[in-house]
Ligand binder design. Structure first.
Ligand code: URP
Ligand code: ZN
Ligand code: ZN
Length: 494
């Protein structure tokens, strides 16, 4: 091998994948990893990784960027600030949502998001579709085409007036996803429980942000999650429950998985590091911590840690939902804003990985290999990116983050690169930081500086999620698919 055979070498680092940890150099050519061995000859450009942990760049598979929410609020981050912020936190691929609102056609929605991302993103990205209007054209024509074009996952909502699907519609969508080989992501909360409790709270004058957590009772989450899993079992189609918050929901998912249900689950930093007590602040300050489902209590935090540790929860995403603490987002009516009118969601795209590295890996709650699985490799498999992302192996994109495990950081909104203006994690002291971040062999972040141009990220047409092809269905699975003549990818296993 000659010196010129590598465009870049990353030398002397401690490499961790989801399976192993070892010391080696990494040789990169044309943005792809082509060599992993000790003592590689110098490349055209050499990066010294001694004292650093070299990990796969993160994949954040749940982010809202430049998106109009169900309540009509525009996110504070566009595809530039959102992807820059992701990169500074060690993430090299994001999967945001192309959000359909009722009455909009899917091809127009996808084209709109694609155009905006193309000119701004600095790291690679795919899209999920948010599906609010599963009419006949969508189910028969537009969705199959979008899935074939690489949007191989769909998010559906069981709550929010403008997004909510009923159980019949959920079954329609699951059946379609089953036949086309896409994954259904479910926002599981019982709409009527929430609005019934919320109305009674407001009738009694309880309008402060902390009542958001009361209105979104843990039972609303666990009931809807249980129902979603029952619908999925009825027709034997895999689903993924997103942003799991409550201990009871974690336990329900664990039990369903033991029964052989093809249910996957995601949770997020806000459910590890925040509780409902954080929302209980004077005035409207608590709005900064409001998301749906809301952060719960220490027991639920522990359940989420346990779920990550034992594999019940395989996906750790940010659910970055960036809204400013002003009229544009959290406070549409200023200080008079009631909890029902605040934009839902918290930012977290940049801190997702540093939080888990510091509090999970360095405090001994999870291993470094589990960290890699939870932040990158599992996302790659679940969302059809495993052919190019989420691993350090020959043939993979050279998406790498060089972590300094000794670096201490005191979190403040001013050090972050999103456009939100606050962070729910203000003042936390973290250890470990991704100091150099690389996407397809290009250094994106180094010395706390962005090194790449706007629009240099690439769209990735995703493949079929592995979850829909690799999971064996137990003998007890539903007989309905056979009886109903359901045909397609999900049922070919039987
Ligand atoms: O509160 C949240 N999670 N907001 C973002 C939108 C969603 O439902 O994921
Ligand atoms: Zn959601
Ligand atoms: Zn979300």
């Amino acid at each position: 091998m000659t010196a010129a055979s590598h465009d870049v070498t990353v030398r002397g680092g401690r490499i961790s994948t989801e399976h192993e940890t070892f010391e080696a150099d990494i040789g990169i050519r044309d943005g792809v990893i082509v060599s992993i061995e000790k003592n590689l000859p110098p490349g055209q450009h050499d990066i010294d990784a001694s004292g650093r942990w070299v990990l796969p760049g993160g994949i954040d598979s749940h982010v809202h960027i430049e998106q109009l929410s169900g309540m009509g609020m525009m996110c504070a981050d566009d595809f530039y600030s959102g992807t820059v912020s992701a990169a500074f936190g060690g993430t090299t691929t994001i999967i945001p949502f192309a959000a359909q609102h009722r009455g909009k056609r899917i091809p127009d929605v996808v084209a709109d998001y694609a155009a905006r991302a193309r000119e701004k993103a600095v790291i690679d990205y795919g899209f999920h579709l948010i599906l609010a209007d599963p009419d006949e054209v969508a189910l028969k024509h537009d969705l199959p085409k979008a899935i074939r074009d690489g949007i191989t996952s769909l998010k559906v909502y069981m709550t929010y007036n403008t997004l909510k699907l009923d159980d019949y519609q959920l079954l329609d969508v699951m059946a379609l996803a089953g036949s086309e080989g896409a994954l259904v992501m479910i926002h599981a909360e019982n709409h009527d429980m929430i609005r019934w409790v919320a109305q009674r709270l407001l009738d009694r004058g309880h309008s402060a942000p902390k009542f958001h957590a009361v209105a979104h009772d843990p039972l609303a989450e666990s009931e809807a999650s249980g129902r979603a899993m029952a619908l999925s079992r009825l027709i034997d189609v895999p689903v993924l429950i997103v942003h799991v918050a409550g201990a009871e929901t974690v336990e329900l998912i664990r039990s369903a998985q033991r029964l052989g249900t093809q249910v996957y689950a995601e949770s997020c930093p806000q459910y590890l590091f925040l509780t409902a007590d954080d929302i209980d602040l004077p005035g409207v300050e608590g709005a900064k911590f409001c998301c749906s489902p809301p952060p719960r209590d220490p027991r639920s935090q522990q359940a989420v840690w346990d779920g990550f540790k034992d594999g019940t929860l395989g996906i750790y995403s940010s659910d970055h939902a960036p809204y400013r603490f002003d009229e544009s987002g959290k406070l549409p009516n200023g200080e008079a804003t009631i909890f029902k009118d605040m934009a839902n969601g918290v930012p977290g795209i940049e801190l997702r990985m540093p939080l888990l590295f510091s509090e999970g890996v360095l405090k001994g709650r999870i291993t470094i290999n589990e960290f890699v699985a939870l932040t990158a490799s599992n996302h790659a498999r679940m969302y059809g990116l495993a052919h190019c992302k989420g691993d350090i192996a020959i043939g993979m994109d050279a998406d790498l983050a060089l972590w300094n495990p000794a670096r201490e950081v005191s979190v403040s909104a001013s050090m972050l690169h999103d456009n939100v203006g606050y962070t729910p994690y203000e003042g936390m002291r973290l250890q470990g930081w991704p100091e150099l971040v690389m996407s397809r062999g290009r250094t994106v972040v180094e010395n706390n500086t962005l090194k790449v141009a706007r629009g240099s990220g690439r769209y990735i047409a995703r493949r079929q999620p592995d979850a829909t092809v690799n999971i064996k269905t137990p003998a007890s699975a539903s007989r309905l698919p056979g009886l109903l003549g359901l045909k397609g990818k999900a049922w070919q296993r039987a």
